[in-house]
Design a protein around this ligand. Structure first.
Ligand code: NAD
Length: 375
C-alpha cells in the first residue's frame, strides 16, 4: 500500500503548471512506495489561484507562503516562485522539517545558496534543485556512454541556450529583467541549465572568462507601459571555461537569438567519439564513434525510447516519443523515491550551489574583463 505525501505548491504560473502536471501524472506511470497528494497551492491572486487549484485538482489554497509552512498537513514544499524567494522559503521550509523541491537557479547569491545548503543538510530533509534536462532519457544515455569511455577523453564542451523573447523593444520590464527579483539575466536563468549539464557530463570547472551585453537598456514598465525603466540584467552572456579534466568549454545564453524560441543544445567532443543533443529533438542523442569501420563512420541517431533507457519503460512502447513535461515527471518520481527511501535526490542544493559559483565567477569576469578562478 503506497504512503501519501502531501504537497504544497508555491507559484501557479509557468512552473506551477509544469509541476502540477508532474505531481498529477507520476503515480499513473511510475510504481513508487509513496504517492503525492495535491494538498495546497499558494499564490497572491485569489481568483486566478482558485481557478488554477480547481483545474489541477489542488485540495486547498493559501495566499501567504508562511502560513503554508505552519501547516502540519504538508510534507513537501514545491518552490515554483521567482528566485528572489527561493532562499527565504526553502530555509524556512527546511527548518519546519518539510522536504524541498525547488526551481532553478537555486538562489540569487552565493550567500543565499550556502545558507540553503546548510539549512537543508542540518535538518536532514530531502532537497532538490530542478535542473530537469539531466532527466531526459537521451541525456541519461549521454552520461552512460561517457562513463563507459565510449567517447574517450573529453576535449570540448559546447553548450548553447538561445531564446528570442526580448527582441521586441516593447516587451515589458518584468521580474526577469530586474536585479531585485532575478539577480542576473540569461547567465543565471539559461546558463544555469547549461552549466549543470556540463558539470554532470564533463566534470568540474576551474576557470571562466565571460562577456555579457545588454542590447536594449530601457523597456516599458509592466505596471505602467507609458513609462519606461532600466533593464538591470544582461541580455546575452558568452562564457568560456577550463574544466578540471583538461577539457575546454563554451556556454552561450541569450534572449536575442531571433527565430530560436527555446533552443538548448550541447556538443561534446572526445578522443574516441562525440555526442550531441538538442532539446527540440530531445528523444535523440547523436553519437559519433571512432570504433566504427572508417567507411561507415558518421553521427548516428540514437532514439532513447527503448525500454533499456532510464525512465523510457515507464512511458510508451519504443519509438513513441516523450516531451518537455516528462522531464518534470521524472524529477518528481526521483524526488518521491528519495523521500520514501531516505536517499538523496540529484541534483540537490549542493549541486545547485556549484552551478551558481561558476555563474558568479562568470559575472565577475564580465565586469573585470579578466579570466577568473572559480573558488
Ligand atoms: N526548470 C525549468 O525548465 C524552468 C523553466 C522556467 C522557469 N523556471 C524557474 O522557475 C521559477 C519560476 O518561474 P516561472 O517562469 O514559473 O515564473 P512565473 O512568472 O510564470 O510565475 C511565478 C509565480 O510566482 C508567484 N509569486 C511571485 N511572488 C510571490 C509571492 N511573494 N508569494 C506567492 N507567490 C508569488 C506568481 O504569482 C506566479 O504564480 C524561476 O526561478 C525560474 O527560473 C524553471
Amino acid at each position: 500500500m503506497s504512503r501519501p505525501l502531501r504537497i504544497a505548491l508555491l507559484g501557479h504560473r509557468f512552473m506551477g503548471r509544469a509541476h502540477s502536471n508532474a505531481w498529477s501524472q507520476v503515480s499513473r506511470f511510475f510504481d513508487l512506495p509513496v504517492h503525492p497528494v495535491l494538498q495546497v497551492a499558494c499564490g497572491r491572486d485569489v481568483q486566478a489561484l482558485q481557478e488554477f487549484a480547481h483545474r489541477w485538482g489542488w485540495a486547498g489554497i493559501e495566499t501567504d507562503w508562511r502560513r503554508v509552512l505552519e501547516r502540519d498537513d504538508v510534507d513537501i514544499v514545491d518552490i515554483a516562485l521567482p528566485q528572489h524567494l527561493h532562499a527565504e522559503v526553502a530555509i524556512a521550509a527546511a527548518q519546519a522539517g518539510k522536504h524541498v523541491f525547488c526551481e532553478k537557479p537555486l538562489a540569487m547569491t552565493l550567500g543565499e545558496g550556502r545558507a540553503m545548503v546548510d539549512a537543508a543538510e542540518a535538518s536532514g530533509i530531502v532537497h532538490y534543485v530542478n535542473h530537469n534536462y539531466r532527466l531526459a532519457p537521451a541525456v541519461v544515455l549521454a552520461r552512460q556512454l561517457i562513463d563507459e569511455g565510449r567517447i574517450g577523453e573529453i576535449r570540448h564542451w559546447r553548450g548553447a541556450y538561445q531564446q528570442s523573447w526580448l527582441v521586441d523593444p516593447a516587451f515589458p520590464l518584468n521580474w526577469k529583467l530586474r536585479q531585485a527579483t532575478a539577480y542576473a539575466g540569461p547567465q543565471w536563468d539559461l546558463n544555469s541549465h547549461n552549466v549543470d549539464l556540463a558539470l554532470h557530463l564533463v566534470g568540474d570547472i576551474t576557470h571562466v572568462s565571460c562577456l555579457t551585453r545588454t542590447f536594449i537598456p530601457e523597456r516599458p514598465l509592466e505596471e505602467d507601459p507609458a513609462r519606461s525603466g532600466p533593464v538591470e540584467v544582461e541580455d546575452a552572456a558568452l562564457m568560456m571555461a577550463d574544466f578540471a579534466c583538461g577539457a575546454v568549454g563554451s556556454f552561450e545564453a541569450t534572449r536575442f537569438a531571433l527565430g530560436r524560441r527555446n533552443r538548448h543544445t550541447f556538443e561534446i567532443y572526445g578522443s574516441k567519439g562525440a555526442l550531441s543533443w538538442d532539446l527540440e529533438d530531445m528523444n535523440r542523442l547523436q553519437f559519433f564513434s571512432e570504433d566504427d569501420p572508417p567507411q561507415a563512420r558518421g553521427f548516428r541517431n540514437l532514439l532513447a525510447t527503448e525500454r533499456i533507457h532510464r525512465y523510457a519503460k515507464n512511458w510508451w512502447p519504443p519509438g513513441h516519443i516523450i516531451g518537455y513535461e516528462h522531464t518534470f515527471v521524472h524529477a518528481v518520481a526521483d524526488f518521491l523515491t528519495a523521500v520514501a527511501t531516505g536517499g538523496p535526490a540529484r541534483p540537490d542544493f549542493r549541486d545547485g550551489l556549484r552551478v551558481l559559483e561558476i555563474l558568479e565567477a562568470g559575472l565577475r569576469s564580465a565586469a573585470s574583463g579578466r579570466k577568473c578562478a572559480v573558488p
